[in-house]
Write a new protein. Structure first.
Length: 254
């Protein structure tokens, strides 16, 4: 039987989602907790791979078991569902920075990664010094031209090949992505966020896009120049990747 898990995490302390040989990962922590509760080695597959320091308001993962999940004891004449009980127990042993919202049965061929049709990321920036935003948003010393950055962001759905915004030397077979929307939204006088939705994302793609949009916002890259960055399909012509702490995976659609 296959189950999906909806979870969220603060990625500050982790080397990304995927299990790493030289550091703790969200996937690794979740797998160990689930294996402990189910009393068998249980592998987990996520909807994607977030980089070190990146957060998720919603990550979706799946796992398989050979038998139905054990039912909880009956209390007060009512019995909690097996899925809700496992969710409760997982949250009891997971660290404070990982939380499971829901566990639910799915079809055996449902896949957390390959069945997803869209993913949405948000990247947060702020223009004032704040002790409360430092781990979840990137502080800008000067306010860029967000209107110009929005004009550049509106060009992204016109393209398919995002090699210029991909981390080099990855095992990705294609750099084709279908971006359906991309825009900057003002949250208040000092805070903005970049919202982007696509069917898939390349390694480091969102952070590289934001870094290149910042060059537009600072006036060092024109709108035509931004087009040329995409069309050259060369990572070396794009902007620097922005810090991971401002990036959140916020939705996965099926």
């Amino acid at each position: 039987m296959r189950y999906f898990i909806d979870l969220s995490f603060d990625g500050t302390a982790y080397h990304g989602w995927q299990v790493q040989p030289n550091g703790e990962s969200v996937q690794g922590v979740l797998q160990r907790a689930l294996s402990t509760l189910l009393q068998q080695e249980t592998a987990i597959t996520g909807a994607g791979r977030t980089d070190a320091g990146v957060h998720a308001r919603l990550m979706v993962a799946h796992f398989d078991v050979q038998a139905p999940l054990p039912l909880p004891p009956v209390r007060g004449g009512q019995q909690q569902s097996a899925e809700d009980y496992l969710c409760f127990r997982l949250n009891g042993i997971l660290p404070y920075d990982i939380a499971v919202q829901r566990i639910y049965a799915v079809a055996d061929d449902a896949h957390a990664r390959f069945s997803a049709v869209a993913r949405t990321y948000h990247y947060y920036v702020h223009t004032c010094k704040s002790p409360f935003l430092r781990n979840y948003s990137w502080r800008l010393v000067r306010t860029p031209d967000f209107a110009a950055m929005n004009r550049a962001a509106a060009l992204l759905p016109e393209y398919l090949d995002f090699t210029s915004f991909s981390k080099l030397n990855t095992d990705t077979k294609t750099n084709i992505c279908h971006v359906s929307s991309a825009r900057w939204v003002q949250l208040n006088a000092d805070e903005w966020r970049f919202e982007i939705t696509a069917d898939r994302f390349l390694r480091n793609m969102v952070r590289a896009i934001v870094g290149t949009l910042m060059e537009v916002g600072r006036g060092t890259l024109t709108l035509d120049g931004f087009r040329q960055v995409i069309e050259k399909k060369d990572r070396s012509v794009a902007g620097d990747s922005v810090p991971a702490r401002g990036l959140f995976l916020v939705n996965v659609e099926y």
